[in-house]
Write a protein that binds this ligand. Structure first.
Ligand SMILES: O=P(O)(O)OC[C@H]1O[C@@H](O)[C@H](O)[C@@H](O)[C@@H]1O
Length: 297
């Protein structure tokens, strides 16, 4: 049965056969694509600039991943752990269409639940039965929960990430705090190398691709030009990923303008590598993140 949408939430098409929900409430504006349960825009009313970066050349097509927004990576993080040539980067959840289960507006916040149902495409990549839900609470803050339940009779392994792309005035204006003394794996280095962050403030001057482990955040992105901080909180995750592709990698990505590496930074609540979760039959894992925007005077 079709869901009746409340005032403040409208069904739109972002492209041909590419449905989304447009949210306009007193507290925020936001856009949520059903493909990938992918938040492509969120801007609370108290901030002058969008919080989420979306590539202007993102491909909006069934079966393709959107560049930017908040990809829901599931059930593995980045390349498939054993057979990367046969399975898509960051899993299938971000390229398949989700079903809308409910949508309400309460006190200025849109509360939306989506579910990814099994299909032959998904079964070709995910070898176990599951229930997967995404819960969004979009208002003055933005919270996203990705909830996996194991419907198999044996243990399953579930990794992934809430791969948020945060919009910046310019990467040179951005610093990140909250990660000092945290160990990380530098996956941009060849070979990968382990280190501990010594700096109190992280700045960006090269490709950055780090998996921080034992990290429960929060981290804070300061944008000196836009005079705001974005606080990134999380739960159900002990790995945090910080990613910016920089010049060369950005140029190799066909769905990102060459110069746009300057316009975003990813901070991701992850279950990456050894933080992949083992779920017993019937058990549920919740990977959560929340964004809070603070204006600086
Ligand atoms: O191009 P994709 O599949 O969206 O991945 C983008 C990036 O996602 C990040 O999470 C990874 O740490 C990077 O290694 C990866 O390049």
């Amino acid at each position: 049965m079709p869901i009746t949408l409340p005032n403040g939430i409208t069904a739109i098409e972002l492209a041909d056969d590419y449905p989304a929900l447009q949210i306009e409430t007193a507290d925020c504006s936001a856009t949520l694509a059903l493909n990938g349960a992918h938040l492509t825009h969120w801007q609370p009313s108290h901030t002058a600039h969008p919080v989420i970066y979306l590539s202007p050349t993102a491909i909006l097509q069934q079966g393709k991943a959107i560049r930017g927004g908040v990809p829901l990576c599931w059930p593995w993080f980045n390349a498939h752990p054993t057979d990367p040539d046969s399975h898509p980067s960051h899993g299938v959840a971000r390229i398949e269409r989700w079903d809308l289960i409910s949508a309400t507006v309460e006190d200025g916040s849109a509360i939306i639940e989506l579910e990814l149902k099994a299909s032959p495409v998904i079964e070709a990549h995910v070898p176990f039965p599951f229930q997967l839900k995404a819960l969004f609470n979009l208002g003055q803050t933005c919270s996203i929960v990705l909830e996996t339940t194991n419907l198999a009779k044996e243990n399953i392994a579930v990794g992934g990430a809430l791969h948020s792309y945060f919009s910046l005035s310019h990467i040179d204006n951005a610093t990140v705090t909250g990660l000092q003394h945290t160990p990380y794996l530098d996956t941009a280095a060849r070979p990968e190398k382990s280190a501990v962050q010594t700096e109190g403030e992280l700045r960006f001057q090269a490709e950055t691709d780090r998996i921080y482990y034992g990290s429960d955040l929060p981290a804070r992105i300061h944008d000196a030009e836009w005079k705001r901080s974005i606080v990134v909180e999380k739960a159900g995750s002990l790995t945090s990923v910080v990613w910016n592709p920089w010049i060369e990698k950005a140029a190799s990505l066909g769905d990102l303008p060459d110069a746009d590496y300057q316009r975003f930074l990813c901070i991701e609540a992850a279950n990456a590598r050894h933080d992949t979760r083992i779920l017993a039959p019937g058990s549920t894992h919740r990977l959560e993140t929340r964004f809070i925007v603070e204006n600086l005077s």
